[in-house]
Design a protein around this ligand. Structure first.
Ligand code: PLP
Length: 392
């Protein structure tokens, strides 16, 4: 039997120009977690986002952690966070021994529900708690309803950290995702829309805060002729080598967004006739980067995301389920969760019915057609039987 090449969910896609930047680092011998390429990368990303400054770090998780530190989150403080997300959005809250409170999703963006957020604010006020920060995630490249969320956070005077790890290059009403809150977080992990193999960035208009972020990320070393320390620091800086990769990747970011969107469009065109499938919507006034093409399968479709994943796996195709909500994770079992309405929370429905399809920008049309054909095969069988069953 002919071995088929495995299709991954979202593998790295180099432009080819990364080598030149790495060579630049080698030639100048800047192989340290500091150097001219780090500065350049920070400015390229900040300019792209339309904010004043960026601090290049070892990961997106480190960026979330330092954003919490800069806001002054301490032991016992409350931090609101989207529930439907990767665990990295909330782990840093635990690093600081603060209390995460999880907020449900709404159907139109899959992100933080403003009604649920308001409920959480009202209840916190009743309890005499003031949350120290709100972490809003823009899932799979789709921006949350920022107008509503910003209005609430302003009314309650709480700063926003935008976890834009998945949404670099996406737009909300013409503004770049990650540029709206007090802090924005990007990730350059290997599976993200662009990558430095591993890395992250904290961006903000608050130049002083970003300066302090760089300080904390490099062991909080004071300016002195010897090693002097007043504050506890971290080793969170990005290396100059990887910043070189990042600069070259930024050159192709807009191209990658269009490629991701085209992949989404091809899936949607090919599968729009299939009953019971719903692609992740794109909310009015926003432009998603379509990091991953994501869809839901109706509960009564007689086929589950797990069945589809198994069928794809047989064909050497990697698919993934939607994030399991954090309020359902054993790790966060003891923390509060707010939802807007009675009944099954939206985030749980999205988890149960959601599926992410391979969306690598280096995927060929032929490879994507292989995925689409496999999907047609499994779905045709199942939806046929279910509509026949409905008729009889
Ligand atoms: C990838 C990701 C992160 C973490 O980024 P790392 O660079 O891997 O630490 C945080 N939040 C979300 C939503 C992510 O998808």
């Amino acid at each position: 039997m002919k071995e088929r090449k495995r299709i991954y969910l979202s593998p790295p896609h180099m432009s080819g120009k990364e080598y030149m930047k790495i060579e630049e680092a080698f030639k100048s011998n800047w192989i340290a977690p500091l150097g001219p390429l780090v500065n350049e990368f920070e400015q390229v990303v900040a300019d792209y986002a339309g904010v004043k400054r960026g601090a290049a770090l070892s990961s997106g998780t480190a960026a979330i952690h330092l954003a919490l530190k800069l806001i002054g989150v301490q032991k016992g403080d409350v931090v609101f966070c989207s529930t439907l997300t990767f665990v990295a959005s909330a782990n840093p809250i635990l690093y600081e021994q603060a209390t995460p409170i999880f907020i449900d999703s709404e159907r139109e963006t899959w992100n933080m529900c403003p009604l649920a957020l308001e409920k959480a604010f009202v209840e916190a006020k009743r309890l005499g708690q003031k949350p120290r920060a709100v972490i809003v995630v823009h899932l799979y490249g789709q921006s949350a309803k920022m107008d509503d969320i910003v209005a609430l956070c302003e009314a309650y005077d709480v700063p926003i950290i935008e976890d834009a790890a998945e949404s670099l290059g996406a737009l909300y009403k013409g503004r770049k995702s990650g540029s709206i809150g007090r802090f924005g977080v990007y990730s350059f992990n290997g599976n993200k829309i662009i990558t430095t193999s591993g890395g992250g960035m904290l961006v903000s208009d608050d130049e002083e805060a970003i300066e302090h972020c760089r300080f904390l990320a490099s062991q909080a070393r004071e300016r002195a002729m010897h090693y002097e320390h007043q504050e506890m620091g971290y080793n969170y800086r990005m290396s100059n080598l990887l910043a070189g990769v990042g600069i070259a990747q930024m050159d192709v970011l807009d191209e990658r967004v269009e490629q991701k969107r085209r992949i989404f469009q091809r899936y949607q065109d090919a599968l729009s006739e299939v009953e019971g499938l719903h692609f992740m919507p794109e909310y009015q006034g926003t432009k998603s980067n379509r990091w991953l093409t994501t869809l839901t399968i109706d509960h009564n479709a007689q086929i589950s995301p797990v069945d589809i994943m198994a069928a794809l796996e047989k064909e050497q195709i990697e698919a993934r389920r939607v994030w399991k909500p954090l309020h359902q994770q054993p790790l966060f079992r003891d923390y509060p969760f707010y939802t807007a309405a009675k009944g099954t929370p939206e985030s749980e429905l999205l988890f149960e019915t959601g599926l992410c399809l391979p969306s690598g920008t280096s995927m060929t049309d032929t490879e994507q057609d292989r995925i689409i054909d496999t999907l047609h095969d499994v779905l045709r069988e199942k939806t046929f039987t279910s509509s026949q069953a409905a008729r009889s």
